[in-house]
Design a protein around this ligand. Structure first.
Ligand code: SF4
Length: 256
């Protein structure tokens, strides 16, 4: 007997009730707050996002307040999260929200800077209760292994909890290389139960990379502007191109 999408949804929802992780953005349905969490989580691990997300929402509780902040303040507050271009996109997205209001569909969210199809679907599921499951790499892995599918229709009104449950199952049980099938709620009906997988392609190392050098230069700018001749102009050009710095009167500084 094989697993059906309905069985998967029922089991993951039941499992989530007792095994779901306690994460602060799960207590809000505010689309702006969910947007901030999704953008931070795009390239940063969950445990490194909890504190910055909480501080961010305390400092800028609404899109309007973030929109009114200076670009330099926003870039400074992003420190420690990495992939700093996201701070610029989030600031631009907040300005769009403050001016045009909250989009009500995926296309509207996707039109915002830094919001791809996955993030648009996640906001619609988690904030607006749309019946859609966002497909990130963890959720796709579970669907492919257990159903041989690449999409899932949630039971009406359950997209929020089902998405969160799938996030958690992917992060803690159906792991990329060595899934923990012995504690999986889908195990008895999953055709992939017990399989092992090849190591994932190794990410290029950050240490000693150009990305690290650029990030260090940005950290220096967070402290104070730099005079011409005291920084690598090629690195500065990369920051300027990404909207993370500007050169004015011989000084390199965060954009005002
Ligand atoms: S039984 Fe194993 S492979 Fe199948 S969904 Fe669960 S953890 Fe993943």
């Amino acid at each position: 007997m094989s697993l059906t999408p309905e069985q998967l949804a029922d089991r993951v929802l039941a499992w989530y009730e007792t095994h779901g992780r306690e994460l602060p953005w799960r207590h809000t349905r505010d689309p702006y707050a969910i947007l901030v969490s999704e953008v931070m989580l795009q390239q940063t691990q969950v445990d490194r996002v909890i504190e910055p997300w909480t501080a961010w929402l305390e400092r800028w509780p609404t899109a309007g307040e973030l929109a009114a902040a200076s670009r330099a303040e926003v870039i400074s507050a992003w420190q420690g999260l990495g992939y700093n271009r996201r701070a610029v996109s989030l600031h631009e997205a907040a300005r769009h929200l403050a001016e045009h209001g909250i989009p009500q569909d995926q296309a509207g969210w996707h039109a915002l800077p830094g919001v791809g199809p996955y993030t648009a679907a996640a906001i619609c599921a988690l904030a607006l209760d749309h019946d859609v499951i966002p497909l990130d790499v963890n959720i796709l892995r579970i669907l492919e292994r257990s159903l041989g599918a690449t999409e899932l229709e949630p039971p009406p009104g359950r997209a929020h909890d089902l998405t969160q449950g799938l996030f958690d199952l992917g992060a803690t049980v159906c792991l990329a290389r060595i899934p923990r099938c012995d504690v999986c709620p889908l195990a008895d009906l999953c055709p992939s139960r017990g399989q092992r997988y090849e190591p994932l392609r190794k990410q290029s190392t950050f240490e000693g990379s150009r990305r690290q050098a650029r990030s260090r230069l940005l950290d220096q700018l967070r402290e104070a502007p730099l005079a011409l001749g005291s920084f690598d102009p090629a690195l500065a050009a990369l920051l300027i191109k990404d909207g993370l710095a500007e050169q004015v009167d011989g000084l390199l500084r965060l954009p005002r």
